[in-house]
Design a protein around this ligand. Structure first.
Ligand code: ZN
Length: 469
């Protein structure tokens, strides 16, 4: 972490954040008080004590960092950026409906009612909300219908993204595989990989994103894995939030889901499975052996009544060395709150206060997220050579004073509403709580109109539990 230019020459860089407290997340987990960061182009070129950097660098733009705790940008490893953001509060179905009825009668109709323009607006709302909460990179959950418009929207707000189109091959309602649907799914995967940047340095890259569960036949999984391996990208898919996925796989393949995917040869370090609540120990062992990543969405699990406290094997996964990332699943909760919930759920479930301390949950949304995105050496930490994905947390906000153990405070008391400034690829996309790239008022007005139109088009009536006068 020391400055690598000992000569008396002064190097001119684009930006310096000066005098901040920096939680670097480097391999030694250094926290630097009165520290500075030098940014040139897309990258961090130096980080260290202010006194050292002052002697070696000058900057075109100097940011006074004295009121900031600075962290790497966070990763939300599972979020639906369409469907959810414009239809908040509509989602709960009707009284007495179970998960599958809610899914078929409410959730999917709302997603499908989105036009290309709706998804363009929705992607901007989701991207903006993430940036305001300190999230600089995310993996989409696999439910985008209009990928071109979504990519355009994400480019507008400036967030790092891994996105892909909705592919199935077999419908949610119990149904046999359909060869035309399988061909269409594989064609969609191939097309999107060829359309968008494959370089890990590109801010937006298309990945094969599978719905998972029981709706992707083996042929689709195999095509996705071949494309991911050949193009050096990742795969993400939902699996086993409820016992229904293992039940389906046992009935139709004779094996549990993870066993079946392992036999197909589609697991590995470029694969991330989301939820994975209903696993047995042998499935955990397979994930560890294959280096497969997992993504857990704590708030979605709690409000979805997954039964994660009773059934989740996340402490066992951590012990086995599995890379655990966190996601929000699109529900309106920021990633720092997700980390806090992750820390709490298993402490209570196992009556063990030592489980998942703040240090580990901060790793889940930084270095672990970077690793699962295939960007383990590029993002997730503040050190020379990494991309400048940086978040300034404002210690003038009440949740921050007085300051003691910063890691504990970051995860236990602070929240995304203290995010003052954000850089992605060295570009300051949020400054003083405002986007530098889009007109937030105009987007707000457009999203209100668009959201109402989507709900009307889906033919749904919003239920209010209490009389609305
Ligand atoms: Zn999801």
């Amino acid at each position: 972490m020391h400055v690598s230019t000992p000569s008396t020459d002064i190097t001119l860089v684009d930006t310096m954040i000066v005098g901040a407290t920096i939680i670097t997340m480097n391999s030694d987990r250094h926290v630097i008080r009165d520290g500075s960061i030098a940014i040139q182009g897309e990258s961090i070129v130096a980080v260290g004590k202010r006194s050292d950097l002052d002697e070696a660098y000058e900057a075109k733009t100097i940011v006074d960092g004295r009121r900031f705790v600075v962290t790497p940008g966070f990763t939300d490893a599972h979020i639906h950026i369409t469907g959810d953001p414009l239809t908040r509060g509509v989602r709960r179905g009707a009284p007495g409906m179970d998960f599958s009825e809610t899914l078929m009668q409410w959730v999917i109709p709302l997603f499908k009612a989105h036009t290309p323009q709706d998804e363009y607006v929705s992607a901007q709302v989701a991207g903006l909300r993430m940036l305001h909460g300190g999230v600089t990179s995310f993996i989409e959950a696999g439910t985008v219908q209009h990928l071109d418009e979504v990519v355009h929207g994400l480019q507008n707000v400036g967030i790092r993204s891994r996105v892909g189109a909705w592919v199935e091959g077999r419908s949610f309602n119990p149904s046999p595989s359909d060869s035309a649907a399988i061909d269409k799914a594989i064609e969609t995967l191939e097309k999107e990989i060829n359309c968008y940047g494959k370089s890990p340095d590109a801010r937006i890259v298309a990945w094969p994103l599978l719905i998972g569960h029981s709706v992707n036949p083996d042929e689709v999984w195999l095509a996705a894995k071949r494309l991911a391996d050949d193009n050096d990208v990742g795969i993400s898919a939902h699996m086993s939030p409820y016992a229904s996925d293992p039940a389906w796989f046992l009935e139709n393949t004779g094996k549990r889901p993870i066993e079946h995917l392992a036999d197909l040869g589609v697991l590995g370090e470029n694969v991330s499975l989301t939820h994975v609540v209903y696993l047995n120990q042998s499935e955990v062992d397979i994930l560890a052996e294959t280096g497969t990543n997992v993504i857990f969405c704590p708030y979605a699990a709690l409000i979805g009544a997954f039964g994660v406290a009773s059934n989740g094997l996340f402490p066992e996964m951590a012990r086995a060395g599995i890379n655990i990332m966190l996601g929000t699943d699109g529900v309106p909760v920021d990633i720092m709150n997700s980390a806090r919930l992750m820390s709490g759920i298993f402490k209570d479930a196992r009556i063990d206060e030592a489980l998942f301390p703040a240090t580990e949950t901060l790793e889940m949304i930084t270095v672990n997220g970077a690793k699962g995105m295939g960007l383990g050496q590029r993002i997730g930490a503040i050190e020379a050579g990494r991309k400048a994905d940086i978040v300034c947390h404002d210690t003038d906000r009440p949740q921050w004073f007085p300051e003691f153990d910063l890691i504990e405070q970051l995860l236990e008391t602070a929240s995304g509403d203290g995010v003052h400034s954000v850089w992605v690829d060295g570009e300051r996309v949020i400054e003083n709580y405002r986007s530098t790239k889009i007109d937030e008022e105009a987007l707000r007005a457009e999203s209100r109109e668009t959201g109402k139109a989507v709900v009307d088009r889906a033919g749904l009536t919003v239920h209010h539990p209490w009389p609305v006068l």
